[in-house]
Design a protein around this ligand. Structure first.
Ligand code: FE2
Ligand code: FE2
Length: 151
C-alpha cells in the first residue's frame, strides 16, 4: 500500500517507535525516582526528562519542516485543516514542556512539587498519545486515495 512505502510515512513510523522507546525509558527513570528518591535517581529522572523534551522538540521540527505535516498538506488539500490543528498542538505541547522543564531539578527536591511535575508530565503524555494517533490517521487519510481503495 502507498502508505507503507511513502518515505514521509515510513519515517513517521520509525520516529514514533523511537519516541515510544524514549517514553518507556522516561517511565523507568520516573519509577526508579518515586520508588527510591535519592540524589542519584532524582538526577537520572531529571536528565531523562530533559532528554525526552529535546527529543520531542526535534520530532516536532522534523514533522513540520519537510516531514509528515508538510508532505501531507502538499499532497492533499483535504487534510490541511487537520495539519493546522496538529501544528497548533505542537505549539501547545512546546508550552507544556517549557513549564515542565523550568527549575526541574530544584522542584524535584520538594515532594509537593514532585506531584505537580508528575501531573504535568501525565497531561503532556496524554496529549502526546492523542496527537501521535491523530498523525497516524492523517497519513492514512492523506494517502489512502492513492492506494486504489476507491475501486
Ligand atoms: Fe506531531
Ligand atoms: Fe509525531
Amino acid at each position: 500500500m502507498t502508505t507503507q512505502t511513502h518515505p514521509a510515512a515510513a519515517r513517521l513510523r520509525a520516529e514514533h517507535d523511537e519516541l515510544m522507546q524514549a517514553q518507556a525509558e522516561l517511565g523507568r527513570a520516573r519509577r526508579a525516582f518515586l520508588d527510591a528518591p535519592s540524589g542519584e535517581t532524582r538526577e537520572q529522572f531529571s536528565n531523562t526528562l530533559t532528554e525526552f523534551a529535546e527529543h520531542l522538540q526535534e520530532h516536532f521540527e522534523e514533522e513540520e519542516d519537510g516531514g509528515i505535516l508538510q508532505a501531507t498538506s502538499e499532497h492533499s488539500q483535504r487534510v490541511s485543516a487537520e495539519v493546522d490543528r496538529l501544528r497548533a498542538e505542537h505549539e501547545a505541547m512546546r508550552g507544556e514542556m517549557r513549564v515542565l522543564s523550568s527549575d526541574l531539578r530544584s522542584r524535584l527536591e520538594d515532594p509537593a512539587q514532585v506531584a505537580v511535575v508528575g501531573h504535568a508530565l501525565d497531561e503532556l503524555l496524554h496529549h502526546l498519545g492523542d496527537h501521535e494517533r491523530a498523525e497516524n490517521r492523517l497519513v492514512l487519510d492523506a494517502y489512502w486515495d492513492d492506494s486504489g481503495s476507491g475501486d
